[in-house]
Design a protein around this ligand. Sequence first.
Ligand SMILES: Cc1cc2nc3c(=O)[nH]c(=O)nc-3n(C[C@H](O)[C@H](O)[C@H](O)COP(=O)(O)O)c2cc1C
Length: 309
Amino acid sequence: MDTWCAAWDHGQLDALDAVLAEDYVRYSAANEQPLSRQQYKDQIREVRAAFPDLTTTVDALLLDGDQAAMFWHSVGTFSAPLHDVPPTGTVVTTRGSNVLTFRDGKIVREEVTWDASELLADVGLPSLKSAFEPEDVAAVVDSPANPGTPPREMLKAFNKQFITGVTVVATKDETGAPRGLALNSYVSVSLDPPLVLVCVQKTSSTYPALFRASHVGISIMSSTQGDALSVFSSKDKDKFSQVAWHEGPQGSPLIDDSAASLEIEIKERFQALTHTVFIGRVQYAESTEDAPILYKAGKFYDGRGLQQL
Ligand SMILES: Cc1cc2nc3c(=O)[nH]c(=O)nc-3n(C[C@H](O)[C@H](O)[C@H](O)COP(=O)(O)O)c2cc1C
């Protein structure tokens, strides 16, 4: 078992050749197809790159004829991206058990009750695999009213009819610098418990900071904050030097003079291909009677003087 720890903890992958048969196969919930010896080495390399300080302890080893059961736990810091998931800097402990089958003194088969997604569940990520496959997204039933219209265009036409406010969603990065972006995908999920969601594109430069954040600020832009909105819709490197802001109780950046602000604690991070849906529990709120900026079909409107139906 020293070889096994050497491979996982020190990256000595070729040492595995001494204990794994050439036709070794590894079965686990994480992989639809069993892994070969080489594919298993590649997987170790990937996990070790994300958790460079990984240490593994074999807690128990039970032998029974040509089979063995091994119970283990590993501890590591999530320090570099794993697939498309940014690192959180969190120390994670994960446990598993493997059933090994031997032939001529070498392991030919391994069945594993652990996969990398369980490791990431500890840092708040339910699954490494996205909840959606690209083909699911394309599978939209053709509309009799607009036959042949591509799904993307149908959705754009739908969205054009939806009026929203605009928020600035912000947090601090690992250096303590404030980072934020303009966002209209805010939804109030439930009042009791007080949950809200926001949806962030993974290519946003703010995304890695948001992904590792425990707390996030959400400020609704007021009708007089067009300039601040332009800043946060941009890719400017230093957005917060151009606006006045203050901190929520947990340090999340909130924009001064906004129509209302929340500070939330992140509870869930759902993967939706190009975007991540963050669900947070409200911990702090500020509100005013100031009218918000409105957004419809790519244009902004003054929320003052709205006519009630
Ligand atoms: C009205 C409006 C709504 C937006 N909504 C979102 C959104 O819901 N999610 C998102 O990821 N980006 C959204 N954006 C785009 C980002 O604000 C924009 O890409 C920004 O430049 C990202 O900055 P960053 O890369 O520095 O984080 C929105 C932009 C505007 C103008």
